[in-house]
Write a protein that binds this ligand. Sequence first.
Ligand code: SF4
Length: 97
Amino acid sequence: MPSEPQRTLRSILPGVLTSGMATLSERLPENIPGRYYVDASCIDCDQCRALSPQIFARDDGKGVSYVVRQPATNEEIAQVEDILATCATSSIGNDGA
Ligand code: SF4
């Protein structure tokens, strides 16, 4: 549970101050159904798309990334987990489904 100042800053600067995990209720509708998703806190830094363009795409209108294809192999899953762990704003989630 973040401290009160952290919670206040997160509400002021969504996507800049991270709580450490993506928020399922803020899952972007552009994501293809499945376990992995990007939430609304994405700041369009391009890292996920650069590292895995087959999994992540850009919504040019919104200026955010989304999951265009779910990872299908153990290698792809490991890669997406690495990207999830290094997203600066913790905007990539795994709903465990
Ligand atoms: S790495 Fe995170 S912040 Fe950067 S584009 Fe991907 S989801 Fe958005």
